[in-house]
Design a protein around this ligand. Structure first.
Ligand SMILES: [Zn+2]
Length: 168
């Protein structure tokens, strides 16, 4: 699947629907999976709008649809950057200060013992993003927290509203 870029949008959508093309193929072909998803009714990742906890002109911050822990959050730039190495210093400062704020909130609202941070953007076309993964008191410390099994997001309206209000 190295010529996806030469196909029409509808042709790629149809290949996805048939299960012949997946997220990895989209990424490998140099198409931005996030923009493709938004343009095509969230065919890849599902609609995150109900999970957004903060948004401004540069960033969006949302609870992950297939979290590794309750409160698993992503903070993403709206502009394209391959990875952290490509962002300017101001954007870098702003996104990490935002991450710090969100981490403190997650710890407080979800009563996590700690919150881990990772970023592993790795593809030709990307939005720089950071993942925040809470670690709870019943979980062991350490890097295994980055690969805890994923599960389906369950909305907790109370926590969602609390976090949204605090980030206003
Ligand atoms: Zn994009």
């Amino acid at each position: 699947m190295d010529n996806l870029k030469e196909l029409k949008n509808e042709e790629i959508v149809s290949l996805i629907q048939k299960g012949e093309v997946g997220v990895a193929d989209i990424i490998d072909s140099g198409i931005c999976p996030t923009c493709f998803d938004k343009k095509n009714n969230h065919i890849l990742y599902g609609d995150v709008s109900s999970k957004i906890i903060f948004e401004n002109d540069k960033f969006e911050c949302f609870l992950v649809g297939n979290p590794r822990a309750n409160g698993h959050t992503a903070i993403s730039t709206k502009k394209h950057y391959k990875d952290m190495m490509e962002i300017d210093d101001i954007t870098c400062t702003e996104i990490f200060l935002l991450a710090k704020k969100v981490m403190n909130l997650l710890k407080e609202v979800y009563k996590a013992e700690s919150v881990y941070l990772c970023t592993m953007c790795d593809g030709p076309m990307n939005h720089f993003h950071i993942q925040l993964i809470p670690r709870y008191s019943f979980e062991k410390r350490g890097s295994k927290n980055f690969v805890k099994p994923r599960f389906d997001y369950i909305e907790d309206k109370e926590k969602l509203e609390l976090i949204r209000n605090r980030l206003k």
